[in-house]
Ligand binder design. Structure first.
Ligand code: SF4
Ligand code: ZN
Length: 420
């Protein structure tokens, strides 16, 4: 492997070759785990005058003070300023931290926002890597990749547990909620353009995501606002404007302009793509979908399964089995990859009748989306507690048992038009 070392002031190598590196429990010096303790990563835009460029502050104990193999809090705030900086760019920078930190030799990062997990290996620690180096990496990468909009950047790395808890709840979560709220007020009808995303063509050469306000990228990490910001930051980059001209079919969300864009950005591999149908010219899937949705013929509905779920589904396939037939950038009518957030969207499979088609989801996923999904079901069909009607692995892992459950609950999919 050819290792290109970027000029960052850290005691270990920095290269994309380390991105897939796994650090096992026995090899780790220390772990930060957002699923157990308060952790977060956050970008905040500030006035340039409030920022001292390249100031890296560590607040709390450094890695030396942690026992080998122990779990701790961490929070880091990257403060940026510049004439052309916009707060809409913040999540776009944040999304890159995953890749930046994984490029550090002996460092592993997963997740985003306040659900991050980081491991630092013993070798990297012994080479002299400390908390401030996390700040050095983020500073150097943000300054170099976003030079067009970032004039000054400073980083706070917080390991003090009380401060992490306080800042997570008083600063980070309110910032994330504010962003989500801003997005939730946008509709597909209410905007003038959509965006393409081809970030995944590196491994799925013909794959194109069409990102709309009500349908985020299937990875779950690229919302319409993110795609818009990505386009503004890098006009020749992975996200391009798609105009909404040439409506072909409102029901399926078919537009001539969308078809033209998809054909262009897939180098002709794709002809037609609809925004709202799983059967008629569905969107393609790369490999990084958070969930897969597939038709379950007996119940006249669809099952959704998330990546974390290891068991069987009533479709008769597990997540990896479904993924192997859904991924790769080809259209597979009846199956599609999508983000978790899309499940509660009014545009979810709108062409086939919408969320009323959902008959099964793993329990954990159901609980995650329940509040938003139930609100959508109430609004669209006047149904209360819709998720109570949806099966999960505790109810059934085969179609017959599932059907009996749906009949007992009076699930709306049973009286809908046949899907196939
Ligand atoms: Fe972009 Fe789609 Fe890949 Fe997400 S899954 S990065 S939206 S191409
Ligand atoms: Zn992808």
């Amino acid at each position: 492997i050819k290792i290109k070392i970027t000029n960052i002031d850290i005691p270990v190598a920095f290269a994309s070759a380390f991105e897939g590196e796994i650090i096992r429990r026995g090899d780790m010096q220390v772990e930060f785990d957002g699923s157990r303790v308060d952790c977060f990563e956050l970008v905040q835009s500030k006035d340039v005058t409030e920022i001292e460029d390249h100031k890296i502050e560590v607040i709390g104990p450094d890695l030396d003070e942690f026992e080998v193999g122990s779990k701790h809090n961490i929070g880091y705030i990257v403060e940026v300023g510049g004439k052309s900086m916009q707060s809409d760019f913040e999540p776009v920078f944040e999304r890159k931290f995953h890749s930046y930190l994984n490029c550090v030799e002996g460092m592993m990062h997963t997740g985003q926002r306040d659900m991050i997990r980081i491991r630092i290996s013993k070798d990297t620690y012994n080479a002299g890597f400390r908390a401030k180096h996390i700040g050095e990496v983020l500073y150097a990468k943000v300054k170099s990749e976003f030079a067009a909009v970032v004039d000054k950047c400073q980083v706070k790395v917080i390991t003090d547990p009380e401060m992490c808890t306080k800042l997570r709840h008083e600063l980070a979560i309110p910032s994330f909620d504010k962003r989500d709220e801003r997005l939730s007020t946008l509709t597909d009808e209410g905007v003038d353009v959509y965006y393409s995303c081809i970030m995944c063509q590196a491994f799925s050469p013909s794959h194109v995501c069409v990102v709309t306000p009500e349908r985020l990228g299937l990875c779950g990490a690229v919302s319409w606002l993110d795609a818009k910001a990505t386009n503004e930051l890098d006009p020749q980059g992975p996200c391009q404007v798609i105009t909404k001209g040439g409506l072909i079919d409102e029901r399926t969300g078919a537009y001539q302009d969308v078809n033209d864009a998809v054909r262009k950005y897939s180098q002709g591999a794709l002809e037609n793509v609809t925004l709202y149908s799983i059967i008629e010219d569905p969107m393609t899937s790369c490999g990084c979908f958070e969930c897969i949705c597939g038709i379950e013929p007996l119940s006249n509905g669809v099952c959704i399964v998330n990546r974390e779920y290891a068991g069987m589904t009533p479709i008769g396939m597990t997540f990896p089995e479904l993924a192997s037939m859904t991924g790769g950038g080809v259209q597979t009518p009846g199956f599609m990859g999508h983000g978790k957030h899309f499940i509660a969207s009014k545009k979810f499979m709108k062409a086939e009748g919408g969320i009323a088609r959902i008959v099964w989801m793993p329990k954990e996923l159901k609980e995650t989306v329940a509040e938003r999904l139930n609100a959508t079901a109430k609004e669209l069909y006047g149904i209360d507690n819709f998720t109570d009607m949806v099966g999960d692995e505790t109810v059934a892992e085969d179609p017959e048992t599932l059907l009996a459950y749906l009949e007992e609950k009076g699930h709306p999919a049973l009286s809908m038009e046949p899907m196939m």
